[in-house]
Design a protein around this ligand. Structure first.
Ligand code: SF4
Ligand code: SF4
Length: 371
């Protein structure tokens, strides 16, 4: 072999041994970093918006979900969405910066994430008209953050239909989702949901509709399905049975499991989801056991890190008779990876959903989207 060929071979080996390896490592590190960044932002949940920054889209005031009652914005980076509560307090750890028309997130005044995009929120979520039909609820779940600042309880079912049809004129409109507090009783709430679904489907037959109701019996699931809902979220909420009894005193753990089984029979595998909230004192083992239990039934759980605020902190600490633990980035990521592994084992994915949280991805680390 001549010197030229020897050098070529040597260069090839060097490339394989170091350069390519480094590229892969850098790529993997970048990917992990953006997930870590998302988890870190989720834990902190607030972003300072300097008064002189003109936002391209209006802030959203959510009536349900983690940022309920607060003004939020949705941001996108590395194909990951996140919704953060906005703050005018310049001492927040994270802040938004705008430079030459681009947005960056700063952490302690240093660049944390570059070239972040602001994503428009339709109703509560990007690309979805996700509506909370009633902010009142007869039940008392200690973590619940339903905002009392909503005006929708003055709306009747017909007004909601009009609101959704109006939203459908927007170019980013892709889906409808309905949630609700239970008021004055579940029969009335389900009836209202069914009316809205039927009437929206009549005008927009191809738009997917997801529902997040409280369910008392199989008949209610059937009514929603017949009305035209394609996806359903029935929340288990608390994975640990003992904590469940303390935090959701009006519900029974096993009843929700049975109802979820019935929902899978009617809506199909990969079309039923259920919130599992963590960060209220449960063990990782109990979270994983709950994910396994639901996934084996064909339910694709939504893993939701608890967001603590002045509305729910005292209620939760009183209910559990304990101080709430801090949640680390490592724990959030560990749970997300376990979640993905279990879904894979059960032949499920979050990507079968067209509506609600798996599709939105703003509040959780979502398997198959984020990890
Ligand atoms: S049933 Fe739903 S809306 Fe009512 S308190 Fe519980 S979590 Fe909140
Ligand atoms: S992830 Fe769910 S709760 Fe959070 S903004 Fe999106 S739809 Fe709402």
């Amino acid at each position: 072999m001549n010197t030229k060929n020897t050098w070529k071979k040597y260069r090839g080996e060097l490339y394989q041994k170091y350069f390519r390896k480094n590229i892969i490592e850098v790529f993997v590190t970048d990917k992990i970093d953006s997930v870590r960044a998302k988890a870190e932002l989720m834990i902190n949940n607030k972003i300072y918006i300097p008064i002189d920054i003109k936002l391209p889209y209006p802030m959203d005031r959510s009536m349900a979900g983690p940022g309920s009652g607060s003004l939020s914005i949705a941001l996108t980076f590395d194909n990951k969405n996140i919704k953060l509560v906005t703050s005018r307090n310049q001492n927040e750890s994270y802040s938004l910066q705008k430079e030459n028309g681009k947005f960056h997130i700063l952490k302690d005044k240093k660049i944390f994430l570059e070239n972040v995009e602001m994503t428009p929120i339709l109703f509560h979520a990007p690309r979805q008209a996700f509506i909370n039909l009633d902010s009142r609820c007869i039940y008392n779940c200690a973590f619940c953050n339903l905002s009392k600042r909503g005006f929708f309880h003055e709306y009747d079912a017909e007004k909601f239909v009009k609101l959704i049809l109006k939203a459908s004129n927007r170019s980013d409109f892709q889906a409808v989702a309905l949630t609700s507090g239970v008021y004055p009783d579940n029969t009335k709430t389900i009836k209202k949901m069914c009316y809205i679904i039927k009437n929206v489907k009549e005008k927009l037959p191809d738009i997917p509709i997801g529902v997040e109701p409280c369910i008392s019996n199989k008949k209610e699931i059937l009514l929603l399905k017949k009305a035209g809902a394609e996806e359903i979220k029935i929340n288990l909420q608390i994975p640990d049975k003992d904590l469940f009894g303390k935090i959701c005193p009006d519900f029974r753990y096993n009843d929700i499991l049975n109802i979820l089984g019935e929902a899978v029979e009617l809506f199909g595998k990969g079309k039923v989801t259920s919130n599992i909230i963590y960060g209220v004192g449960e063990s990782d083992r109990s979270v994983i056991k709950a994910i396994e239990k639901l996934a084996k039934m064909g339910v694709v759980p939504t893993l939701r890190m608890i967001r603590i605020n002045e509305l729910n902190k005292k209620k939760l600490e009183e209910a559990t008779s304990d101080k709430l633990p801090n949640i680390s980035v490592d724990r959030v990521l560990k749970i997300a990876h376990e979640h993905k592994k279990i879904l894979e084992k059960c032949g499920l994915t979050t990507q079968t959903f067209e509506t609600m949280c798996h599709k939105c991805g703003c509040c959780d680390i979502v398997p198959f989207w984020d990890v």
